[in-house]
Design a binder for this molecule. Structure first.
Ligand code: SPM
Length: 286
Protein backbone atom coordinates (compact mmCIF):
# COMPACT_ATOMS: atom_id res chain seq x y z
CA UNK A 1 0.00 0.00 0.00
CA UNK A 2 1.29 3.48 -0.87
CA UNK A 3 1.82 5.45 2.33
CA UNK A 4 1.98 8.82 0.58
CA UNK A 5 -0.59 9.83 -2.04
CA UNK A 6 -0.72 13.28 -3.67
CA UNK A 7 1.60 14.72 -1.06
CA UNK A 8 -0.35 13.39 1.95
CA UNK A 9 0.67 10.58 4.30
CA UNK A 10 -2.36 8.50 5.34
CA UNK A 11 -2.19 6.34 8.46
CA UNK A 12 -4.54 3.44 7.96
CA UNK A 13 -4.34 0.63 10.45
CA UNK A 14 -5.92 -2.71 11.18
CA UNK A 15 -6.41 -1.53 14.76
CA UNK A 16 -8.52 1.51 13.79
CA UNK A 17 -10.72 0.34 10.91
CA UNK A 18 -12.60 2.95 8.93
CA UNK A 19 -10.57 5.91 10.09
CA UNK A 20 -7.27 7.46 9.06
CA UNK A 21 -4.98 10.28 10.18
CA UNK A 22 -3.51 12.28 7.32
CA UNK A 23 -0.54 14.64 7.44
CA UNK A 24 0.72 16.77 4.59
CA UNK A 25 4.25 15.87 3.50
CA UNK A 26 6.84 18.49 2.69
CA UNK A 27 9.73 16.12 2.03
CA UNK A 28 10.57 12.44 2.56
CA UNK A 29 13.78 12.36 4.62
CA UNK A 30 14.26 8.58 4.74
CA UNK A 31 12.34 5.51 3.68
CA UNK A 32 13.71 1.99 3.95
CA UNK A 33 13.25 -1.42 5.48
CA UNK A 34 15.10 -2.40 8.65
CA UNK A 35 15.57 -6.00 9.78
CA UNK A 36 12.20 -5.70 11.55
CA UNK A 37 9.96 -3.14 9.88
CA UNK A 38 9.31 -0.41 7.33
CA UNK A 39 10.88 2.87 8.53
CA UNK A 40 9.72 6.22 7.14
CA UNK A 41 10.75 9.69 8.28
CA UNK A 42 9.25 12.73 6.62
CA UNK A 43 9.14 16.45 7.14
CA UNK A 44 5.51 17.53 7.38
CA UNK A 45 4.05 20.93 6.58
CA UNK A 46 2.67 21.58 10.08
CA UNK A 47 3.84 18.90 12.53
CA UNK A 48 7.63 18.98 12.15
CA UNK A 49 9.45 15.75 11.37
CA UNK A 50 7.43 12.55 11.68
CA UNK A 51 8.60 8.97 12.39
CA UNK A 52 6.42 6.20 10.95
CA UNK A 53 6.97 2.45 11.53
CA UNK A 54 5.10 -0.08 9.42
CA UNK A 55 2.79 2.72 8.28
CA UNK A 56 1.90 3.87 11.82
CA UNK A 57 2.79 7.30 13.25
CA UNK A 58 5.15 6.93 16.20
CA UNK A 59 6.01 10.58 16.84
CA UNK A 60 5.52 13.99 15.37
CA UNK A 61 7.75 16.76 16.66
CA UNK A 62 4.67 18.89 17.32
CA UNK A 63 2.86 16.74 19.88
CA UNK A 64 5.27 13.99 21.02
CA UNK A 65 5.80 15.61 24.43
CA UNK A 66 2.23 14.75 25.46
CA UNK A 67 3.11 11.06 25.26
CA UNK A 68 6.75 11.01 26.38
CA UNK A 69 6.26 13.26 29.42
CA UNK A 70 3.26 11.34 30.74
CA UNK A 71 4.73 7.92 30.07
CA UNK A 72 7.97 8.78 31.86
CA UNK A 73 6.89 11.08 34.68
CA UNK A 74 3.80 9.23 35.93
CA UNK A 75 5.84 6.22 37.13
CA UNK A 76 8.86 8.34 38.10
CA UNK A 77 6.80 10.68 40.30
CA UNK A 78 4.75 7.77 41.68
CA UNK A 79 7.89 5.90 42.82
CA UNK A 80 9.42 7.11 46.10
CA UNK A 81 13.03 7.04 44.88
CA UNK A 82 13.64 5.76 41.32
CA UNK A 83 17.37 5.21 40.87
CA UNK A 84 17.60 2.57 38.18
CA UNK A 85 15.29 2.77 35.17
CA UNK A 86 14.87 0.53 32.11
CA UNK A 87 13.23 1.55 28.84
CA UNK A 88 12.16 -1.18 26.42
CA UNK A 89 11.61 0.15 22.88
CA UNK A 90 11.54 3.94 22.76
CA UNK A 91 14.32 4.05 20.16
CA UNK A 92 13.54 7.65 19.21
CA UNK A 93 15.01 8.72 22.58
CA UNK A 94 12.08 10.86 23.77
CA UNK A 95 11.45 8.80 26.91
CA UNK A 96 15.18 8.93 27.71
CA UNK A 97 15.06 12.72 27.37
CA UNK A 98 12.32 12.85 30.00
CA UNK A 99 14.01 10.43 32.43
CA UNK A 100 17.19 12.49 32.10
CA UNK A 101 15.31 15.44 33.69
CA UNK A 102 15.41 13.50 36.97
CA UNK A 103 18.67 14.11 38.86
CA UNK A 104 17.90 11.32 41.38
CA UNK A 105 18.02 8.66 38.67
CA UNK A 106 21.47 7.09 38.66
CA UNK A 107 21.33 4.57 35.81
CA UNK A 108 19.17 4.48 32.68
CA UNK A 109 19.15 1.46 30.36
CA UNK A 110 17.41 1.29 27.00
CA UNK A 111 16.77 -1.93 25.08
CA UNK A 112 15.66 -1.19 21.53
CA UNK A 113 15.52 -4.13 19.17
CA UNK A 114 15.76 -2.06 15.97
CA UNK A 115 19.06 -0.17 15.62
CA UNK A 116 17.73 1.64 12.53
CA UNK A 117 15.12 3.43 14.66
CA UNK A 118 17.93 4.78 16.86
CA UNK A 119 20.07 5.76 13.87
CA UNK A 120 17.37 7.64 11.96
CA UNK A 121 15.97 9.28 15.09
CA UNK A 122 19.43 10.64 15.90
CA UNK A 123 19.62 11.99 12.38
CA UNK A 124 16.13 13.42 11.94
CA UNK A 125 14.61 13.81 15.44
CA UNK A 126 17.41 15.47 17.39
CA UNK A 127 15.07 17.12 19.90
CA UNK A 128 14.05 13.61 21.05
CA UNK A 129 17.33 11.77 20.51
CA UNK A 130 19.06 14.29 22.80
CA UNK A 131 18.07 11.73 25.46
CA UNK A 132 20.98 9.55 24.31
CA UNK A 133 23.50 12.25 25.28
CA UNK A 134 22.95 11.79 29.01
CA UNK A 135 26.00 10.04 30.54
CA UNK A 136 23.75 7.83 32.72
CA UNK A 137 22.32 6.11 29.61
CA UNK A 138 23.46 2.63 28.49
CA UNK A 139 22.14 1.50 25.11
CA UNK A 140 21.47 -2.17 24.29
CA UNK A 141 20.32 -3.02 20.78
CA UNK A 142 18.67 -6.31 21.64
CA UNK A 143 15.44 -8.04 22.63
CA UNK A 144 14.20 -6.55 25.90
CA UNK A 145 12.91 -9.90 27.17
CA UNK A 146 16.41 -11.40 26.96
CA UNK A 147 17.94 -8.38 28.72
CA UNK A 148 15.38 -8.60 31.53
CA UNK A 149 16.02 -12.31 31.93
CA UNK A 150 19.69 -11.44 32.48
CA UNK A 151 18.80 -8.62 34.91
CA UNK A 152 16.33 -9.91 37.46
CA UNK A 153 15.28 -7.95 40.54
CA UNK A 154 17.11 -4.96 39.16
CA UNK A 155 14.98 -1.93 38.22
CA UNK A 156 12.83 0.57 40.11
CA UNK A 157 10.89 1.58 37.02
CA UNK A 158 10.47 -0.20 33.68
CA UNK A 159 8.87 1.73 30.81
CA UNK A 160 7.83 -0.16 27.68
CA UNK A 161 7.43 2.39 24.91
CA UNK A 162 6.27 0.12 22.12
CA UNK A 163 4.54 0.37 18.81
CA UNK A 164 1.20 -1.42 18.42
CA UNK A 165 0.48 -5.15 18.89
CA UNK A 166 0.97 -6.03 15.24
CA UNK A 167 4.41 -7.03 13.94
CA UNK A 168 7.56 -6.89 16.10
CA UNK A 169 5.81 -5.38 19.16
CA UNK A 170 2.97 -7.91 19.46
CA UNK A 171 4.79 -9.99 22.12
CA UNK A 172 5.00 -6.89 24.31
CA UNK A 173 1.24 -7.05 24.84
CA UNK A 174 1.27 -10.62 26.14
CA UNK A 175 1.33 -11.97 29.70
CA UNK A 176 4.78 -13.66 29.44
CA UNK A 177 6.36 -10.26 28.70
CA UNK A 178 4.65 -8.74 31.75
CA UNK A 179 5.90 -11.67 33.82
CA UNK A 180 9.43 -10.96 32.57
CA UNK A 181 9.09 -7.28 33.56
CA UNK A 182 7.82 -8.32 36.99
CA UNK A 183 10.89 -10.51 37.58
CA UNK A 184 13.18 -7.69 36.49
CA UNK A 185 11.59 -5.17 38.89
CA UNK A 186 12.88 -4.56 42.39
CA UNK A 187 10.35 -4.84 45.18
CA UNK A 188 8.36 -1.60 45.22
CA UNK A 189 8.97 -1.12 41.50
CA UNK A 190 6.54 0.17 38.87
CA UNK A 191 6.02 -0.65 35.18
CA UNK A 192 4.41 1.71 32.70
CA UNK A 193 3.54 0.39 29.25
CA UNK A 194 1.93 1.65 26.06
CA UNK A 195 -1.71 0.82 26.72
CA UNK A 196 -3.51 1.62 23.47
CA UNK A 197 -6.81 3.48 23.42
CA UNK A 198 -10.10 3.15 25.27
CA UNK A 199 -12.15 4.28 22.24
CA UNK A 200 -10.71 1.53 20.06
CA UNK A 201 -9.06 -1.23 22.07
CA UNK A 202 -10.93 -2.25 25.20
CA UNK A 203 -10.75 -5.78 23.77
CA UNK A 204 -6.96 -5.64 24.09
CA UNK A 205 -6.72 -3.62 27.31
CA UNK A 206 -9.17 -5.48 29.55
CA UNK A 207 -7.95 -9.08 29.12
CA UNK A 208 -4.33 -7.96 29.43
CA UNK A 209 -5.00 -6.01 32.64
CA UNK A 210 -7.10 -8.85 34.07
CA UNK A 211 -4.31 -11.29 33.33
CA UNK A 212 -1.50 -9.26 34.91
CA UNK A 213 -3.49 -8.82 38.13
CA UNK A 214 -2.38 -12.40 38.88
CA UNK A 215 1.20 -11.13 39.19
CA UNK A 216 1.17 -7.40 39.90
CA UNK A 217 -0.32 -5.28 42.65
CA UNK A 218 -1.94 -1.92 41.86
CA UNK A 219 -2.87 -2.48 38.20
CA UNK A 220 -4.09 0.91 36.98
CA UNK A 221 -4.80 2.77 33.73
CA UNK A 222 -4.08 6.37 32.79
CA UNK A 223 -4.19 8.26 29.52
CA UNK A 224 -2.98 11.31 27.70
CA UNK A 225 -4.40 13.31 24.83
CA UNK A 226 -2.37 13.46 21.63
CA UNK A 227 -3.79 14.73 18.35
CA UNK A 228 -1.81 12.51 15.95
CA UNK A 229 -2.58 9.11 17.51
CA UNK A 230 -5.84 7.40 16.49
CA UNK A 231 -8.85 8.98 18.23
CA UNK A 232 -6.60 11.61 19.75
CA UNK A 233 -5.48 9.78 22.84
CA UNK A 234 -3.39 6.90 24.12
CA UNK A 235 -3.27 5.10 27.44
CA UNK A 236 -0.74 3.60 29.80
CA UNK A 237 -0.98 0.41 31.83
CA UNK A 238 0.70 1.09 35.15
CA UNK A 239 1.31 -1.77 37.55
CA UNK A 240 3.41 -2.34 40.63
CA UNK A 241 5.39 -4.92 42.54
CA UNK A 242 4.09 -4.02 45.98
CA UNK A 243 4.42 -0.34 45.04
CA UNK A 244 1.12 1.03 46.31
CA UNK A 245 -1.09 3.06 44.01
CA UNK A 246 0.52 5.24 41.33
CA UNK A 247 -2.52 7.50 41.06
CA UNK A 248 -1.02 10.32 43.10
CA UNK A 249 2.49 11.70 42.68
CA UNK A 250 4.71 11.29 45.74
CA UNK A 251 6.38 14.63 45.25
CA UNK A 252 6.03 17.88 43.34
CA UNK A 253 8.29 18.63 40.37
CA UNK A 254 11.05 21.14 41.18
CA UNK A 255 10.90 24.62 39.68
CA UNK A 256 13.50 23.57 37.10
CA UNK A 257 11.45 20.50 36.16
CA UNK A 258 8.24 22.55 35.89
CA UNK A 259 10.04 24.90 33.50
CA UNK A 260 11.07 21.95 31.32
CA UNK A 261 7.62 20.30 31.17
CA UNK A 262 4.93 21.16 28.63
CA UNK A 263 2.24 18.58 29.53
CA UNK A 264 2.98 16.82 32.83
CA UNK A 265 2.02 18.43 36.13
CA UNK A 266 0.97 17.03 39.49
CA UNK A 267 -2.65 17.91 38.68
CA UNK A 268 -2.67 16.12 35.34
CA UNK A 269 -0.91 13.10 36.92
CA UNK A 270 -3.98 12.54 39.12
CA UNK A 271 -6.47 13.53 36.41
CA UNK A 272 -4.97 11.03 33.95
CA UNK A 273 -6.34 8.12 36.01
CA UNK A 274 -9.91 9.45 35.95
CA UNK A 275 -11.57 7.55 33.11
CA UNK A 276 -14.82 8.26 31.29
CA UNK A 277 -17.60 6.01 32.59
CA UNK A 278 -17.63 3.67 29.56
CA UNK A 279 -13.89 3.12 29.81
CA UNK A 280 -13.93 2.58 33.58
CA UNK A 281 -16.70 0.03 33.18
CA UNK A 282 -15.01 -1.57 30.17
CA UNK A 283 -11.71 -2.03 31.99
CA UNK A 284 -12.65 -2.49 35.64
CA UNK A 285 -16.29 -3.63 35.45
CA UNK A 286 -18.95 -1.67 37.31
N1 SPM B 1 8.60 7.35 21.84
C1 SPM B 1 7.39 7.32 21.09
C2 SPM B 1 7.12 5.98 20.50
C3 SPM B 1 5.67 5.78 20.28
N2 SPM B 1 5.18 4.59 20.81
C4 SPM B 1 3.75 4.43 20.73
C5 SPM B 1 3.27 4.49 19.35
C6 SPM B 1 1.82 4.10 19.23
C7 SPM B 1 1.33 4.36 17.85
N3 SPM B 1 0.01 3.91 17.63
C8 SPM B 1 -0.98 4.42 18.47
C9 SPM B 1 -2.22 3.64 18.36
C10 SPM B 1 -3.05 3.86 19.55
N4 SPM B 1 -4.20 3.09 19.54
Amino acid sequence: MDLIIDGWFHERGELWPGQAMSLQVKKVLYHGRSKFQDVLVFESTNHGNVLVLDGVIQVTERDEFAYQEMMAHIPLFAHPNPEKVLVIGGGDGGILREIAKRPGVKEIYICEIDGDVIEYSKKYLPSLAVGYDDPRVTVKVMDGAIFMDENQDNFDVIITDSSDPIGPASVLFETPFYNAMHKSLRDGGIVCTQGENVWLHLDIIKPLMDSIKQTYTDVEYAYTTIPTYPSGQIGFIIAGKNSGSSKAPRREPTKEQVDSLKYYSSEIHEAAFVLPAFAKKGIFGA
